[in-house]
Design a binder for this molecule. Structure first.
Ligand SMILES: [Zn+2]
Length: 404
């Protein structure tokens, strides 16, 4: 792609990150996986930060191994959202649609807690099958304007539509917003959560950059998408999910909902942090290069001292970071992850065997790199015994450091 995903104007390169294997591709055998080019760009007009490579989404999402239900940090974020939803009127009469509903675990909670009528849509065959088997009606497809027509013919319009951690994945965000507009009742609410570009740039979270994440959003880019598609952001809040995200509340453009002051406030912060300055965006390149050099140096130094190093967390982020920092099976013994789906498989592009975290002990690990750093506190607490026995954690961001 050489045009902006949002406004179709010219884009400019921030950094060419080389080639990496798809971060969700955990195979049962050690292999030299196919690697794909990836580069970060920004739009010269609307400043939207995005990847220019466009892969077939079936490669990425048809057989997705990430299940929402797993981390306890995510569960507590969920509880916070439920309280909020009750306040804004979600109840037993609400008709709810979730876009990219994964295994249905979120709408299942809405069905149970509020007795709402819920529908999901997700492209992963394995996950939508699982959701349907648990009586969470899930359409196995991508959401866009065309599928929204099908949904409308079957269910008519919705009071609430959710898209949590979805819009970053979209090669074509406009048809999704148009689909939402098509399905949202006049006084309905579209709730969207997305990792905030502010944190990605300011906290150097370049491990967020991989083929599944094609767009890095700000409140401005969400507002731009809404304006193009006749929707309106009427409230926004910051949440801690994914290292710092925005939760946007969106309605039909003609809706009379009161527009919150939070919007002006966050736009002001984005401007103050130069999120829309060409110079600042281009500088991100050097911070990425420095960080990956430092990370690689630290691990190689420990390896020379004959230390046994493993990583915790086989999330997409972690797989991107391992590849960008060139930390592979020559340096790393094991990857630990709670997901049963991933255990026994190998990390993509770096070929490290994934094991159940119950095997972490000072006997086989000296240093544990926490790749799922967004749930760092949870992991440190959980692996307290490892630390007490002299094991040490390495936290990659904002700068690689060893927890003492
Ligand atoms: Zn643009």
């Amino acid at each position: 792609m050489d045009k902006c995903r949002i406004c179709n104007n010219k884009i400019k390169k921030i950094i060419n990150l080389g080639k990496i294997a798809l971060v969700g591709n955990f195979l049962k055998k050690k292999t030299n996986q196919k690697k794909y080019q990836i580069s970060l760009n920004y739009c010269l007009k609307c400043k939207h930060v995005q990847i220019s490579e466009c892969l077939n989404p079936d490669l990425l999402f048809k057989n997705y191994l990430w299940e929402t239900g797993i981390s306890s940090t995510n569960i507590s974020l969920l509880k916070n959202l439920l309280t909020k939803l009750k306040k804004i009127g979600l109840n037993k009469d609400s008709k709810v649609l979730e876009i990219a509903s994964n295994d249905g675990s979120f709408i299942k909670i809405l069905k149970k807690k509020f007795k709402s009528y819920v529908v999901g849509i997700d492209p992963a065959k394995n996950l939508s099958k699982k959701a349907n088997s648990e009586k969470i009606y899930t359409i196995n497809n991508y959401f866009n304007y065309k599928t929204s027509q099908y949904i409308k013919s079957k269910f008519n319009k919705f009071d609430f539509i959710f898209a949590r951690n979805v819009i970053a994945h979209l090669n074509n965000p406009n048809p999704v917003f148009l689909g939402v507009r098509n399905l949202l009742k006049d006084n309905g609410i579209f709730i969207l959560e997305v990792p905030h570009l502010l944190n990605i740039i300011n906290k150097n979270q370049y491990d967020n950059i991989f083929h599944e994440h094609v767009g890095f959003h700000s409140l401005k880019s969400v507002i731009d998408l809404c304006e193009i598609n006749n929707l309106k952001v009427f409230n926004v809040e910051k949440i801690s999910s994914q290292g710092g995200s925005l939760r946007c509340f969106i309605c039909q453009n003609k809706s009379k909902k009161k527009v919150s002051k939070n919007i002006k406030k966050i736009i002001k912060i984005e401007k103050k942090n130069n999120l829309f300055s060409n110079k600042n965006l281009e500088k991100f390149k050097f911070r990425i290069i420095n960080h990956s050099k430092n990370m690689n140096k630290l691990i190689k130094r420990l390896k020379r001292k004959k230390k046994r190093i493993s990583v915790y967390g086989a999330s997409g982020k972690g797989q991107a970071l391992m590849q960008y920092t060139k930390i592979d099976n020559k340096l790393i013994n094991y990857a630990f992850d709670k997901s049963k789906l991933k255990q026994g498989r190998f990390t993509p592009g770096t070929n490290v065997k994934i094991k159940d975290p119950k095997y972490i002990s000072k006997k086989n690990v000296d240093y544990l790199i926490i790749l799922s750093w967004n749930i760092k506190n949870e992991i440190v607490k959980q692996e307290n015994r490892f630390f007490k026995n002299g094991g040490r954690f390495i936290i990659p961001f904002p700068k690689p450091q060893i927890l003492k």
